[in-house]
Design a protein around this ligand. Sequence first.
Ligand code: GTP
Ligand code: MG
Length: 469
Amino acid sequence: MNDMFDTIAAIATPIGSGGVAIIRVSGENSVAAVGAAARLRRGIPLEEAESRRLYLADIHKIGDPTDIIDEALVAVMRAPRSYTGETVVEINCHGGYLAADTILKEILSAGARPAEAGEFTRRAFINGKTDMIGAEAVMDIIDSKSGMGLSNAARSLGGALSDKINAVRDIILNITAEIAAAADYPEEVDPLPPEETAQQITAALEKVSALIDGFETGRILRDGIAAVIVGRPNVGKSSLMNALTRSDRAIVTDIPGTTRDTIEELVNIKGAAMRLLDTAGIRGETDDRIEQIGISRALESIERADLCIFVADSSAELDPEDLRILEAIKGKTAVCALNKTDLETETRLTAKALAEAAGLDISDVVETAAPENGEAAGIEALEERIAEKFALGSVGSGDVYVSNTRQRDSLIKARRALKLALEGAESGMPFDLLRIDLEDALTALGEVTGQTVQEEIIDNVFSRFCVGK
Ligand SMILES: Nc1nc2c(ncn2[C@@H]2O[C@H](COP(=O)(O)OP(=O)(O)OP(=O)(O)O)[C@@H](O)[C@H]2O)c(=O)[nH]1
Ligand SMILES: [Mg+2]
């Protein structure tokens, strides 16, 4: 880790052509470093610029104001009213790689050093501008893959999740304060009756458990549903993939064994993201080495999936291969697409029979059609069913969910400590022992928000950020 007090600089926008690029500089020397390369059209030195106001400026080579690199807008945000809490200078120059990079080099030569990944947000965290939840939410906003994921991250950044955690902390702090007061002033303060202590611990425990229970939803909102399409060769998996992605992404032919390698596409399911994987049709006998590898990849991807979409051909009876695949997805969240329902031939497989064979509810079987030169059918119904499976409809616009494993793991620690405290309170354990469990719960909750988090964990979180953030 580099020195916390250095002045740091980085290009905060992605490299490539675009309207504007932003160079961000933070630290004590930021005004001096940028001032050496900027001449404000106002005719005043950058040191005299008003805070949080944009100035038109010529950015030039240091030492030669006539050697102009670009025309830019410059803003000084003086400490502590800035993103990092330090004095920050931002330069909005023209987009594209060269202008921003040349300006950055000038600033680096004037006493700033390149920022590490996530270092601006790390400083914001150290300076109390955001808690750990907010810092992680920034990253989630940058990485978000769906509207619902973005809303959840934005609510988290806005403090909705921190508020929930702090509400639990407050309950626990109240109990520990009561215990401490009764211990310190036994004459004046009566200890809380054990039932009341137990009641309050239960309230805290319920709140923590609800947050942990919401994690699966939060994870799906953040990362999307990892779905895999599986089935025998030629049942129409790739055709369904194309229908769901509204594209011609996957190759479709009437030759069994068309798809060999797995193909991934991102689709939107009722506002959430779904990473959809098309796989090779699974069958026992094939001499084709490439197809064999494809089949083992298909089987492996079942392991990692949140959802299996099993495709069957409605014009054929279930055969042993189908049953073998159904066996492989047993215990996983699954839906079935009973495909090729447009064929005029006699239907040989019914939804009821398929549901029974798959061990699923009849509502998990959706009749579909994705013919090459005809109208697709049942695609919306399939999407609806998938959304229902993940309870996406019940995600309200005011709800906020824990979405990363670091936060969840600390909440699990808090729940464990609260359970011990509750058992203690119910069995009349001495209050000073109860206090130890309650302190543990507070520490674990502090890890979530960052109040009691270890350096190592902080490093880990911020190293996953991009440079310039
Ligand atoms: N009529 C009709 N034909 C379909 C339907 N779905 C797929 N097909 C046809 O069935 C054949 C196989 O379709 P694919 O989508 O390649 O099947 P697959 O399951 O991906 O096959 P593999 O990649 O070999 O495992 C193609 O000729 C498709 O046009 C459907 O719903 N109705
Ligand atoms: Mg295919």
